[in-house]
Write a protein that binds this ligand. Structure first.
Ligand SMILES: [Zn+2]
Length: 874
């Protein structure tokens, strides 16, 4: 484990390396406790660098066995080796030389799951961001592109399968039951994309013919016996390969493409060139135990990692500050893929819900940072919703501003100009400026400036002058280390809706550039005058969520109700209804704090009923509309003095009124949605199930609800409804016990069992979580299990985690420190659950702060955890 050095890496300090490594040959003799690694590196001194410049290679917890240059072992005084660094003090005068390094590592003892480790007796690697330096000394930075040849050797019975990046070139048997394989990747790549997998795994085979007619062999490797669970992933992979050809003209470039699913993995998946390694959660699924969200996630993540082949691998990042160059862009690409495969409107709403739930709190709290950060202490902590999700929104805005044709032309130019390079955000923006002739300097602030911009909008209609006026004002709130903000270029898509539900047009406009239904906000204030508007329209703003902003519109509730029923933009229609629900919940929250019974307008519950039963809307859309804003969404909109119990009570009260008002309609609709045919994971079927599940959630609030949920309890969704809405009842306890007995041997399904119980609202769940940590199936070393129990409890259970006596925080802090001893990365990720502690009411706030202070005072904290804890407290 690397303890915190306190070193701050700064973007402006970037310098090209003095040395390059054009070729890398690796030889692995695998053994769980003593794997021998020989690295043969072709080192090239950069033109103009003095031959006296020492060569400094990165390491992390390495043991050096030998070092030689051009075949001659180095003498003790020629180099300095520590576990974290190897310095060749006097490199040869020749511009190019060969460095041979021997190191020994112990994969079986690697619990940080970075570098080479073992998961269920399978050797696998994770090298992003800085894991390669745990394998051998190297210039472990993304701008060092090297052509790799990898030889892997192991006993055949332990590891019949030997995989690495690129194409297979040779394999064979050796003495003593050993065997070897050699892989060669012709495409230069940074070390973070290196991968090796070895073990006994089952294979699902497939093939794909690319647009130029090349055959690519596809393989998905899973734990033996689980092959039948990988069919959907294989199908998603083929669709992804085809889509990238159609949508972006990108063809796959190697002879093979392999995916390996492992059960111990720090992230979702990793895009290593030609050899993706996945958390098995995002590969394995069947109809009995996977939820529709699981299928959608598998499709999206398979696509995401595949798309990295061009956005990330062929064109990589110059340095880790540019992480969004590959991640934001690739998330945008996987969002577009899912929108094309499924329903665009539904997908967009789901994306925005995710952005608001994860990125907005980040942007509004102590961990706020720009999409392209300027400094970091620990890069592992910047795999954030801001880099990924907001990074994707920024790419989407470029497309909105330029239009689809110029956007595609810009992407084509990007691939043409930067293929084989390590690029920057400036390079990316430049291609769009070059194809469009536009100046994107102000727009670039989206990459450089943290914080969610706010737009305040009011409107007036002058009937006599037939003029409609929008007053728009932008502000960007201060964020850590950025007190003064510059004005942004915000593309605000909009429309006017007349009393008949039809679009209202105008004759002329002044006060801002308006094109293609988009107002371009560039100044602090715009008074935008639309002439020739004879009736006062309802204003539909930020259509399709054209910009990741918060919007305060001075608009009457009547207008919101009207838009919730008539807006032709499906996103904005959903938004109008969601705004009504949020406003009602915030009002109820305040009533509860004042000791009153919450009151809701009858027409809100009636509108919910009409949306639920509107056959013109897709079932998946209706399901999303009926999902009340989450407790943390409501908390975020309230902002300060949060009492999670009062929010929970407000939400329950509204849900109950909606259920009671629509009892008969919901009941009939629920029955009509029963799935009788064979299971299909497609979007339309999933949408019907989603609607049915949310109706069940409402109906379970009625007296007859528990029995209804208990009847359908085989489904994970129904188990969650029963356990959450009727916790502690005999029905719930029996259902949980039966589920556990049935799926005891299936880790991924058992994760759901832990997750459901960690999410049960209420004060008693802290004790339940403590008890579950003693369950024989709980393992603090397995990230999926930890995330299911502790992650769910701390980030998705507002009333349990924020128990007024602080017991939830205490359990949390203890557990994070326990996880940290093995896996600092996972611990640091968990610790972000307290990022919004300042918005809590004073009592909870003091207790949350104490938990953070308790973590901060621990000595020798890892770089990962100390960075999060200290920034959260700052
Ligand atoms: Zn990615």
């Amino acid at each position: 484990m690397r303890t915190d050095t306190g070193h701050v890496f700064k973007l402006e300090d970037y310098r090209p390396s003095d040395y390059l490594i054009p070729r890398t040959s690796l030889d692995f003799r695998l053994s769980p406790d003593a794997t021998h690694v020989t690295a043969l590196l072709t080192i090239e001194r950069r033109e103009g660098v003095a031959p006296t410049a020492p060569l400094v290679l990165d390491g992390d917890a390495l043991t050096l066995l030998g070092v030689a240059i051009d075949g001659h072992a180095l003498a003790a005084g020629d180099y300095e080796a520590t576990p974290d660094r190897l310095t060749i003090l006097k490199p040869p005068a020749a511009q190019c030389f060969e460095l041979r390094l021997e190191t020994e590592i112990a994969p079986s003892r690697n619990e940080a799951l970075m570098g080479l480790y073992r998961s269920n007796n399978v050797y696998c690697t994770q090298c992003e961001a800085e894991g390669f330096r745990r394998i051998t000394y190297f210039l472990d930075r993304p701008d060092i592109l090297s052509v790799y040849t990898v030889r892997v050797e192991a006993p055949h019975n332990e590891a019949p399968l030997l995989l690495s990046n690129g194409n297979p070139v040779e394999r064979g048997a050796l003495a003593n039951g050993r065997h070897y394989a050699v892989w060669h990747d012709p495409f230069p790549k940074p070390s973070y994309l290196f991968a090796l997998v070895a073990g006994a795994l089952g294979k699902v085979a497939g093939s794909f013919t690319t647009m130029s007619g090349r055959e690519v062999e596809l393989g998905i490797y899973v734990e033996p016996g689980k092959e039948r669970l990988a069919g959907y992933a294989m199908d998603a992979l083929k669709r992804s390969m085809k889509w990238d050809e159609d949508a972006f003209g990108r063809e796959y470039d190697l002879d093979v493409f392999n995916i390996v699913a492992v059960s111990d993995f720090n992230m979702g998946a990793m895009e290593n060139k030609g050899l993706n390694v996945f958390n098995d959660k995002y590969v394995l699924a069947d109809e009995e135990t996977a939820t529709d969200a699981d299928f959608a996630n598998i499709e999206a993540i398979i696509a995401h990692e595949y798309f990295h082949n061009w956005t990330g691998n062929r064109i990589t990042c110059r340095d880790w500050f540019q992480l969004c160059l590959k991640e934001g862009l690739t998330v945008y690409r996987d969002h577009e893929f899912s929108a094309d495969q499924r329903s665009r409107a539904v997908k967009r709403i789901a994306e925005v819900r995710t952005l608001r739930a994860h990125q907005f709190p980040e942007d509004q709290g102590p961990l706020a940072h720009p999409v392209r950060p300027r400094r970091y202490r620990e890069i592992n902590n910047f795999y954030t919703a801001t880099v990924y999700e907001k990074g994707s929104e920024v790419v989407r805005m470029i497309r909105t501003i330029l239009g689809p044709e110029l956007f595609r032309a810009g992407m084509d130019l990007y691939f043409e100009r930067h293929d084989g390079q390590a690029a920057t955000i400036e390079d990316f923006l430049k291609v769009f400026e070059d194809v469009s002739g536009r100046d994107l300097a102000q727009f670039a602030l989206w990459y450089h400036q943290a914080g969610t911009p706010n737009l305040t909008v009011s409107s007036t209609h002058n009937a006599a002058a037939r003029e409609f006026i929008l007053e728009i004002e932008q502000s960007v709130p201060p964020t850590p280390a950025e007190s003064r903000k510059r004005l942004m270029h915000i593309p605000l898509a909009f429309g006017f809706v007349g009393a008949d539900g039809k679009p209202v047009t105008w004759a002329a406009v002044e006060g801002a550039t308006v094109d293609d239904g988009v107002i371009h906000i560039r100044k602090r204030r715009h008074t935008v005058r639309f002439s020739g508007v004879s009736e006062r329209p309802s204003v539909s703003l930020n259509r399709g969520f054209s910009a990741p902003i918060t919007l305060s519109v001075q608009q009457k509730a009547d207008d919101q109700f009207f838009l919730a029923a008539h807006d032709s933009d499906p996103f904005s229609r959903w938004q109008a209804f969601n705004t009504l629900l949020t406003d009602a919940l915030i009002a109820a929250f305040r009533q509860i704090l004042d000791g009153k019974e919450p009151v809701f307008a009858a027409r809100l519950a009636e509108l919910a009923g009409r949306v639920a039963c509107d056959e013109a809307l897709e079932p998946a859309y209706r399901a999303l509309a009926l999902a009340l804003p989450g407790e943390s969404d409501i908390a975020r909109d309230i902002g300060k003095g949060i009492d999670p119990d009062a929010i929970f009570a407000a939400r329950e009260a509204l849900a109950r009124i909606i259920a009671e008002t629509n009892r008969d309609a919901f009941s009939a609709l629920y029955d009509s949605l029963a799935d009788n045919g064979p299971f299909s994971p497609d979007a339309a079927s999933a949408g019907r199930r989603a609607l049915r599940n949310i109706l069940l959630d409402y109906l379970s609030l009625l007296p007859e609800g528990a029995a209804l949920a208990a009847r359908s309890v085989i489904l994970v969704a129904a188990l969650a409804v029963l356990a959450h809405r009727h916790s502690g009842t005999a029905e719930a306890e029996q259902a949980l016990a039966a589920f556990e007995a049935r799926y005891r041997g299936d880790a991924l399904v058992l994760d759901k069992w832990f997750q459901i119980q960690a999410g049960v609202p209420g004060a008693q769940t802290v004790d339940k979580v403590r008890a579950l940590m003693q369950h024989p199936a709980f393992s603090i070393a397995n990230p999926n299990r930890v995330r299911s129990l502790i992650g769910t409890f701390s980030s998705a259970n507002q009333t349990g985690f924020h128990r007024p006596d602080g017991e939830g925080y205490r359990l949390f802090a203890e557990t994070v420190l326990e996880v940290e001893k093995r896996n600092p990365q996972v611990a640091a990720r968990l610790a972000t659950a307290l990022r919004s502690w300042r918005s809590l009411e004073p009592g909870r706030q003091a207790k949350a702060k104490q938990a953070l202070l308790d973590m901060a005072k621990v000595e020798n904290l890892s770089a990962d955890l100390r960075d999060i804890v200290e920034r959260t407290l700052a």
